[in-house]
Design a protein around this ligand. Structure first.
Ligand code: AMP
Ligand code: MG
Length: 320
């Protein structure tokens, strides 16, 4: 069985007993367990069917505790942390011996974030270990932004889903590492490159696919529905080449007049990119549940958080 509930004490008891549960965050729901226990971390990989080469993010509630798990924090990382934490920024910092190698897939840096979701902050305060928590979905599939999404995808695999309501941001954190004093974005996310540049003075983006990705957000196929997804700048043009029946539309602002409304999702009627990010995974889950032959998705303006939305859509379109 898998239960959805709001009881933080239950969550604490399960986590202290080395169980893996789902937790809410402001980005997406996480599949959480004691980051200091390699067996628990191994369970997270197993439940997700995630390759052991793809490291996990650890979550803490206070910057003070981070010093316990890292060798040092570069000055520029401190500056970003002060500005964006708690929030959707994940920093790659040199880990010390307390963080098991399985958490970082053998890499010398550990990904750390202080989330802002009030339920999860309360939960973390009651634990004396950090939580390793990748997104609570089977590897490669659409990330969950509600407790129901998690239940649908991981039913029977975990006992408890701590319900914190729909995720306010709805898109993953931005993962930032450091090349001397330059922040390097390894996964674009809820915090835009511009926002990071504003604080750090400079920023680089390196989220291209490599033979051994250091960030799973670098994989060419990820965040993908079961239904084949095609990405376009021009929905009308693409529609000329396929059958209209069996086609779903993921539109940025406007409904498409020639497709039935129930087969369409609009990300933001007013063209607001934050709203579009918030609705992205919910809309993909909804369209995928219709079991259509194809989904045509429209690119959004490639600025601010729109860069991360397009990045997810491109990877969702790359399913083999
Ligand atoms: P998820 O929460 O499912 O989006 O997964 C966590 C993300 O953080 C994945 O893209 C990981 O590959 C990435 N990540 C975790 N640890 C590291 C690390 N040490 N270096 C680079 N990327 C990391
Ligand atoms: Mg994920």
């Amino acid at each position: 069985m898998t239960y959805i509930g709001k009881d933080i004490e239950t969550a604490v008891a399960l986590l202290e007993n080395n169980k893996v549960i789902a937790i809410p965050t402001e980005t997406v729901y996480g599949l959480a367990g004691n980051a200091l226990n390699p067996c628990v971390v191994n369970k997270i990989y197993e439940i997700k069917k995630r390759p052991l080469t793809n490291p996990l993010i650890i979550h803490l509630h206070d910057t003070i505790h981070i010093n316990k798990y890292v060798k040092n924090i570069p000055a520029i990382a401190k500056k970003l942390a002060e500005h964006f934490w708690p929030g959707a920024l994940t920093l790659l910092l040199p880990k010390n011996h307390l963080i098991p190698d399985i958490v970082t897939a053998g890499l010398p840096h550990v990904a750390i974030r202080i989330p802002s979701h009030p339920t999860t902050i309360k939960l973390l305060r009651q634990l004396d270990f950090p939580l390793a928590a990748p997104s609570a979905n089977p590897f490669g599939y659409i990330s969950p932004t509600t407790a129901e999404h998690v239940k649908k995808q991981l039913f029977g695999k975990i006992f408890y889903i701590l319900d914190g309501g729909p995720c306010t941001l709805g898109l993953e954190s931005t993962i930032v590492g450091f090349d001397n004093d330059t922040p390097v974005i390894y996964r674009v996310g809820s915090i835009s490159p511009e926002a990071i540049k504003k604080i750090a003075g400079k920023v680089e983006i390196n989220n291209k696919h490599t033979a051994r990705p250091i960030s799973s957000g670098m994989l060419p196929s990820h965040y993908a529905p079961h239904t084949p997804l095609y990405l376009t700048n021009n929905v009308d043009e693409l529609l000329k080449t396929v059958s209209r029946s069996g086609t779903g539309i993921l539109a940025f602002k406007n409904l498409c007049p020639v497709i039935v409304e129930k087969n369409q999702e609009v990300l933001s009627a007013s063209g607001n990119l934050d709203e579009a990010a918030h609705n992205l995974y919910k809309a993909l889950h909804q369209l995928d549940s219709l079991k259509l032959d194809r989904i045509i998705a429209e690119r959004v303006p490639n600025v601010g958080i729109g860069i991360a939305i397009n990045d997810r859509l491109e990877r969702a379109a790359n399913k083999k």
